[in-house]
Design a binder for this molecule. Structure first.
Ligand code: ADP
Ligand code: FRU
Length: 295
């Protein structure tokens, strides 16, 4: 069991389940609606907490009913929110999500009107209790300063970084961390810029390794599973673990990231961690939400 701090977002997710993805400019009825907390970093913490780790979230929320819903969910999962910044104005990041019952696909329209957790907020967190830090690759300038602070004051503390979307200058974060968790969307969006085939995860990872030679790299690939590249150049692939029915892929990547962090905290090797993360993410795709049974 490890003590883990994650810096990133919590969202309000408004999830409409439909029996097929709608055409533009039409009206359809949702089969059901679910309103719950989401957000990559906090989703990952919710899984890690269920796997037995002590989890702390560093992020921003608004002191309003939506913020309360987020806090209550995190409290239920025993996640410490005492280092968060609380705003009296603005709106918690909100995702309007269409979940297609036929294939479990999730389409997200995201809106935010809230300042990001910044370097000043991070500076006031005592890092001594933590065994692992996890960051979202967002708010690049401030996140770079946070990572540099960790390198200065706690150089042996392992750091993982999720790289989900292309953002200006995001590459400057890569060589400041130990573990990089890439998404397929990021790999494909950068294929032209770095001149590799967009369907070739292995070459993508080898290209990224040149920017972060000391980091261990992972990349999810949807129904094709995921890949990992060790610092010595060894490449691993693990096929997906398809559930009997794909029900809900929302948060599959966040679950995968939790699986990796969990196993690396337990000193498992890369291949074992990759397999564990794919198994966990596959199971998640076969159910609604992020409750996992650990028996
Ligand atoms: P996200 O879109 O949430 O970032 P991905 O779609 O890349 O995440 O999926 C993350 C992981 O979830 C994959 O590496 C895989 O292990 C698992 N996964 C995703 N889709 C499926 C699927 N259809 N069947 C089984 N596992 C899946
Ligand atoms: C899933 C998720 C949702 C959230 C959105 C934010 O990965 O974290 O819970 O609304 O992504 O980008």
């Amino acid at each position: 069991m490890a003590t883990i701090l994650a810096i990133g977002i919590a969202t309000l997710d408004i999830i409409n389940t439909v029996n097929q993805y709608p055409q533009e400019d039409t009206e359809i009825r949702a089969l059901s609606q679910r309103i719950c907390r989401g957000g990559n970093a906090t989703n990952t913490l919710v899984i890690l907490s269920q796997l037995g780790h002590h989890c702390t979230w560093g992020g921003v929320y608004v002191n309003d009913p939506d913020g309360q819903l987020i806090l209550e969910d995190l409290a239920q999962h025993h996640i410490d929110t005492s280092n968060c910044r609380i705003e009296s104005q603005g709106k918690v990041p909100t995702s309007y999500i269409i979940l297609n019952q036929r294939n479990g696909s999730r389409t997200i329209v995201h809106y935010r009107l809230l300042p990001e957790f910044d370097f000043k907020d991070f500076q006031s967190i005592q890092l001594n209790p933590f065994d692992w830090l996890h960051f979202e690759g967002r708010n690049i300038i401030e996140t770079a300063r946070m990572l540099e602070r960790v390198q200065q004051i706690a150089p042996t503390l392992p750091i993982s970084l999720e790289i989900e979307k292309p953002r200006p200058q995001i590459e400057q974060l890569f060589n400041k961390v130990n573990v990089l968790l890439f998404s397929k969307a990021f790999a494909q969006a950068n294929a032209q810029k770095f001149a590799y085939n967009k369907n070739d995860a292995a070459t993508f990872l080898r290209t990224m390794q040149q920017l972060a030679p000391k980091a261990r790299l992972f990349c999810t690939w949807g129904a094709k599973g995921a890949y990992a590249l060790d610092t010595d150049g060894t490449l691993f692939h693990c096929p997906a673990y398809p559930p009997s029915q794909i029900v809900d892929t929302l948060g599959a990547g966040d679950t995968f990231n939790a699986g990796i962090i969990d196993n690396l905290c337990r000193q498992q090797n890369l291949a074992t961690a990759l397999n564990h993360a794919c198994r966990l993410a596959g199971k998640k795709c076969g159910q609604l939400g992020l409750s996992i049974s650990t028996t």
